[in-house]
Write a protein that binds this ligand. Structure first.
Ligand code: PEP
Ligand code: MN
Length: 353
């Protein structure tokens, strides 16, 4: 994919490139106060949602075109570049008319090829940096497809934003990072700038700093962070926004390592291993939860815990599945024997309660 730099004049090519600003533009005062505080702390690119895609109707759906004038004011007053989300051809048209510097495509939009194509068509012949958020579902091809659609319209200043992936199980994160997906994207399109959005991944303020550090350790290029002059009073995503002051503090604490040392590559691989192990443990705990539910069922129906046929079937099936994936069948059997043993132990606890 032929790409050109997304860096605008005056923005240093130094990791991390920071984009910061509130989830939504709410009032002129909130926009201006936040922008000034960010600019005072050296931030060069402002973000604010003007049109907000909401899960359910009735939430705050953005101030609309009125807010574009406030972003213009931000440019004039602070010298910051401004960015916003576009989801339709009309949004593109309005944003371009208002001299927005950078556009981004939201996660819900990236998941819909019709919507992305509409945006791509509206951008034909326009030279503006566009950042594409990952689709809500963990589908790398869909993400790349969206990039290709915009690229096919002649846009070369492209980047992506990793904002995590929706999952039914919400435990630590609002959206699971699944770091292997942006890592694979980097392998497929090496010169494509990747931003991390710790606000939407974490969904909670406390997770912003560790997620920023993780993104830097994985050699991401930038961070897009939700920052609001009064986060608790935000009209959308209040729990995941921080004040410009806190954001500045978080950024200053980041350890930025360079990629060139070989141990660095090793530590990147180890991070990936850690990520895999975390996923394994989460999956195992999910499996145990289901096993305990089965335990309750067996208890209520007076069934024995050990159902030999089922056990044999699992060991055989998993063994050959493992072999198909390039692992020793006996190894997989050993792993599943151990898993089964723990399932039985947990079911015994339930039955004997
Ligand atoms: C946002 O950036 O405020 C937003 C709506 O994000 P996403 O598209 O990642 O949900
Ligand atoms: Mn948001």
């Amino acid at each position: 994919m032929e790409l050109e730099s997304i860096l605008l004049p005056g923005v240093e090519a130094k990791r991390p490139i920071i984009i910061a600003g509130p989830c939504s533009a709410e009032t002129e005062e909130q926009v201006m106060t936040t922008a000034k505080q960010l600019a005072d702390r050296g931030m060069k690119i402002f973000r604010a949602g003007i049109w907000k895609p909401r899960t359910k109707p009735g939430g705050f759906e953005g101030v609309g075109v009125e807010g574009l004038a406030w972003l213009k004011e931000v440019k004039k007053e602070t010298g910051m570049y401004v960015s916003t989300e576009v989801a339709t051809a009309k949004h593109v048209e309005e944003a371009l008319k208002a001299d927005i510097d950078i556009l981004w495509v939201g996660a819900r939009t990236t998941a819909n090829p019709f919507a992305v194509q509409e945006i791509a068509d509206a951008l034909k012949g326009v030279d503006i940096p566009v950042l594409i958020k990952n689709p809500v579902n963990p589908d790398l091809e869909l993400w790349i497809g969206a990039l290709e659609r915009i690229h096919n319209s002649g846009l070369k200043r492209l980047g992506v934003i990793h904002r995590g992936f929706s999952s039914y199980d919400k435990k630590i994160y609002r959206n699971l990072p699944q770091w292997h997906i942006p890592i694979e994207l980097r392998r497929r399109i090496p010169n494509l700038p990747i931003f991390c959005d710790p606000s939407h991944i974490g969904g909670r303020r406390e997770l912003i700093a560790p997620l920023c550090q993780q993104a830097m350790d994985l050699n991401f290029d930038g961070l897009i962070v939700e920052s609001h002059c009064n986060p608790d009073a935000a009209w959308s995503d209040a729990s995941q926004q921080v004040t410009p002051d806190i954001l500045d503090y978080i950024i200053n604490l980041l350890v930025i390592r360079t990629e060139t040392q070989t141990t660095e590559n090793l530590s990147q691989l180890r991070k990936q291993i850690d990520e895999c192990d975390n996923n394994l443990i989460e999956e195992l705990s999910k499996r145990m939860r289901i096993a305990r539910e089965i335990g309750t069922y067996k208890k209520e129906h007076n069934m024995t815990i050990l159902q030999t046929d089922r056990y044999t079937e699992i060991l055989e099936k998993r063994g050959s599945q493992g072999a198909l994936c390039g692992m020793d069948a006996e190894f997989i059997k050993t792993v599943f024997e151990a898993i089964h043993e723990e399932s039985v132990r947990q079911q015994m606890e339930i039955i004997n309660k």
